[in-house]
Structures are given as structure tokens and as C-alpha cells.
Design a protein around this ligand. Structure first.
Ligand code: SF4
Length: 322
């Protein structure tokens, strides 16, 4: 059975940890509930931390010449200074974390797409940006997995978030062990996954692991970490997944009959057209691995990037990308 690391992630406290929303509510988020068993959460409510209490008057982001300010919109109280000071102190005090799962649309936590108003009067938002805490997280931790609870309802976004989260957590353990042997094993197990994200990055990281200049392990690990974070910055492109899948298929070229090959290639074309999920192709490859055995493929994280309990087939239908 595959052993998974426990990712460490900061989460907005109102997502199932405390009734701290402006109206005194708590959000019982199913995804967070499931992840709770498999990850270590560090819950935080920035608005409670600056002493606003719950329930409280709601806040909104308002444009000022020096950037958006956080105002309590029916009293006009400006919480910007307190919130900035809290964000800096809190983020500075964090241990090494793998990701952040924040509450979307919040003027404090929202990591993207938060309404920013021209003033306090009633009316439409003038544009969108990040909440104040969300902005501080994105600026301070550009390499971490960062999402909000609304976006992870989309299948492709959730898959990328979880893949990255568990991959960074696995690497954190390798870095803590500090050995070249651990790094070599990590790279070997992640080759196909890296190929699916970026073939160039996979090769670059392979050269680092080969360590031709005989650098100290700490130096190689630091360089590898930076390269890994860059490789995982964006979701894998469809064409890169297809390269990785074709590469895996090549391991069975002598065993497959004409019909089996045609079936796989047909599925691949349907995947390319957005009419079949990646998981269907991975399942076929999984059956071939079980039947003919290929140690190299059997150990690839690509086939098992995060715990099975977290695999959901539900999708928000927004921007669906199988
Ligand atoms: S969104 Fe953030 S600030 Fe608002 S209640 Fe949730 S944790 Fe607190």
C-alpha cells in the first residue's frame, strides 16, 4: 500500500473549524472535512485575529491611491494597518508549509477574484483582486499550493492542487532527511509526473540529481526544490500528459496486441478532445502494470499522486477540463 506524507497547510478557520464568519456562521466544507484526516491544518481567521469578533459588521475592499484598503463598510473603520501587521507577523511565524486553502470571495482571505469597490456607497465593484491576507500569502509563498474552497470544486483544479500539495509534502521530508540517496529515489519515483508537467523540467532536474560538480547535498536539494516548485507552478498541459502516457505505453509495446494498442490510442484521442478523463487512461495502464509488471512504472507517483479517499468525480462544471 502506498504511504502518503501528511501535507501541512494553512486553512481559513471558517471552513469547518470555527463559527467565525461575519454573521457568526461556519461553513461545513466537504473537501476540507475529507482532507482533515490526511493533512495537518493550521486554521486561522485573520479578521478574528485583529480583534473584530463574531458576529461583526462586514468588511469590504475599497480602492485608495496607495492600493485597496479594508474598511468596515457601515462604520467606515479602516482595518488596513491592523490587517497588514497581522499578515506580516503570522506569515513570518509559520513553519514550512506546503499549501493554503482559503475562503474565496472574502475581502481578507480570498486569494483571487475578490470584489474591490470604488467607495463605501452601495454599488457595483469596480474591479477584482485578492483579499488582504490572500495577497500577502500569494506574495510571500509563491511556490506553495494555493486555492480557495470554491475553485477546488472543479475537477482539474482540485487534481492539480492535491497533486502539488502531496508532492511538496513528499519533498519536504526528502529535504529534511538531507541525503542524495533520498533525492535520487524521489526523482526516480516522480519522473513520469514531472514529464506530465514539463519534459524540460524533468530533464533539468535529472541533471541536478546526477550532480556532476559534486556539490554538497544541501546545495543540490535547494536547487532541486526551486526547480520542482517551478515545474509545478501551473497545471500540466494536455499535450504533456499525452507525452507521458505514450511514454508509459511504450513499456508494453512487445506485449500489446493490435486491438489493445488501437483501444488505448482511441482513448488517448478522446482524452485529447476532452471526451475521456485522464483517469480512464491511467486505469488501463494500471491493468497492464498489474498484468505484466514493470517495476519502474509500478513505483511512479503519476499513477497514485494522492490518497484514493480524496478522489472525487464530482465537478462544478465551471471550466471543466477532464
Ligand atoms: S474568510 Fe477568513 S476572515 Fe473571513 S471568517 Fe473566514 S477565516 Fe475569517
Amino acid at each position: 500500500m502506498t504511504e502518503f506524507p501528511r501535507p501541512k497547510l494553512v486553512v481559513s478557520k471558517c471552513l469547518g473549524f470555527e463559527a467565525c464568519r461575519w454573521n457568526g456562521d461556519i461553513i461545513n466544507d466537504e473537501f476540507v472535512a475529507r482532507l482533515k484526516r490526511l493533512a495537518d491544518f493550521l486554521p486561522v481567521c485573520p479578521e478574528m485575529e485583529i480583534g473584530l469578533g463574531a458576529p461583526r459588521k462586514p468588511l469590504r475592499l475599497v480602492d485608495f491611491p496607495d492600493g485597496p484598503h479594508l474598511l468596515q463598510w457601515d462604520t467606515g473603520r479602516d482595518c488596513t494597518g491592523e490587517m497588514r501587521a497581522f499578515c506580516a507577523a503570522f506569515l513570518d511565524s509559520l513553519p514550512e508549509v506546503d499549501g493554503f486553502l482559503l475562503k474565496g470571495r472574502s475581502p481578507s482571505c480570498g486569494p483571487v477574484d475578490v470584489k474591490i469597490y470604488a467607495g463605501l456607497a452601495k454599488g457595483a465593484a469596480s474591479h477584482r483582486g485578492r483579499g488582504m491576507f490572500g495577497q500577502a500569502v500569494a506574495a510571500g509563498f509563491p511556490e506553495a499550493a494555493l486555492e480557495h474552497e470554491g475553485r477546488v470544486r472543479n475537477f482539474a483544479i482540485r487534481e492539480h492542487f492535491l497533486t502539488k500539495l502531496f508532492c511538496l509534502a513528499r519533498f519536504r521530508a526528502v529535504k529534511a532527511a538531507g541525503t542524495m540517496r533520498g533525492l535520487i529515489a524521489f526523482h526516480a519515483d516522480h519522473k513520469l509526473l514531472l514529464m506530465a508537467y514539463s519534459q524540460q523540467a524533468m530533464r533539468r532536474l535529472g541533471r541536478l540529481v546526477a550532480n556532476p560538480d559534486k556539490l554538497a547535498p544541501a546545495q543540490v536539494l535547494a536547487a532541486y526544490q526551486a526547480g520542482l516548485q517551478r515545474a509545478l507552478a501551473r497545471n500540466a498541459a494536455l499535450t504533456s500528459h499525452i507525452n507521458a502516457l505514450m511514454h508509459a505505453m511504450g513499456y508494453f509495446k512487445n506485449e500489446l496486441n493490435r486491438r489493445e494498442k488501437a483501444h488505448f490510442l482511441d482513448l488517448l484521442e478522446r482524452y485529447r478532445a476532452g471526451k475521456a478523463p485522464l483517469s480512464a487512461l491511467l486505469a488501463v495502464l494500471g491493468v497492464w502494470i498489474a498484468r505484466w509488471g514493470r517495476d519502474y512504472l509500478a513505483g511512479q507517483v503519476y499513477f497514485n499522486p494522492y490518497p484514493l479517499e480524496l478522489i472525487e468525480i464530482s465537478d462544478s462544471g465551471k471550466g471543466r477540463d477532464l
